[in-house]
Design a protein around this ligand. Structure first.
Ligand code: AP5
Ligand code: MG
Length: 190
């Protein structure tokens, strides 16, 4: 399978659909949010730095993220394809990803954009707060994450459009339908 960049607002389902795609196509998965949360849990220096940003709903500085991404990518088995979940989130990260992959003679593959209305996103994340207790899933921080998404990340969709790899999937109320649409598209790539 080609590489896949899964793109969307907080709560749009990047992690959820990544798990389903990994199960069906057996590829690698890098969630930069999960990588950072593991660093926080292990009490590393990186984790201590990341915690301040995450708890405040802000992005970790690009240089730090790009370095982490490259190290994580190189630790995965080559040739099976990787899903990038939560990366890139800025134009600088996107340019760095493209270059990092080109240096390895790989390409970005396809970008899957998940579009979901904000009321649904908020409900999902407040529900996840009850189920999983993620530190940044409280109403105040979620609103900051939405603002960061709109200001810093959403403009990247146009960057992917220019690259010719943007594929948009819009939430219409059914997870099964969303998955069927994504799988139907991915099946055309094999
Ligand atoms: P990250 O962990 O990536 O968080 P996020 O982008 O806010 O996205 P979420 O993980 O909250 O949502 P998701 O789209 O994965 O949705 P999910 O599948 O869980 O990043 C966290 C922080 O780390 C950032 O704020 C930043 O500080 C830092 N960071 C990470 N990457 C960075 C980067 N590249 N640069 C700088 N900083 C970075 O779904 C949400 C919930 O909805 C789940 O509970 C799910 O079960 C539920 N759900 C209910 N119905 C559905 C449905 N129909 N489809 C999908 N999910 C559903
Ligand atoms: Mg996630």
């Amino acid at each position: 399978m080609k590489n896949i960049i899964i793109f969307g607002a907080p709560g749009s389902g990047k992690g959820t659909y990544s798990d389903e795609i990994v199960e069906k196509y057996g590829m690698g998965h890098i969630s930069t949010g999960d990588v950072l949360r593991a660093e926080i849990k292990n009490g590393t220096e990186l984790g201590k730095t990341a915690k301040g940003y995450i708890d405040n709903g802000q992005l970790i500085p690009d240089e730090l993220m790009i370095d982490i991404l490259a190290k994580t990518y190189d630790s995965l088995p080559a040739g099976k394809g990787v899903i990038f979940d939560g990366f890139p989130r800025t134009i600088a990260q996107a340019e760095a990803l493209k270059q990092m992959l080109a240096e390895r003679k790989h390409d970005m593959g396809v970008m899957i954009e998940l579009v979901v209305d904000e009321d649904t996103l908020m409900k999902r994340l407040l529900n996840r707060a009850i189920e999983q207790g993620r530190a940044d899933d409280n109403e105040e921080t979620i609103k900051k994450r939405f603002a960061v998404y709109h200001n810093q990340t959403e403009p990247l969709a146009a960057w992917f459009q220019k690259e010719g790899i943007r594929h948009t999937f819009t939430w219409e109320g059914s997870k099964e339908q969303m998955l069927a649409n994504i799988f139907a598209f991915l099946d055309t790539l094999k």
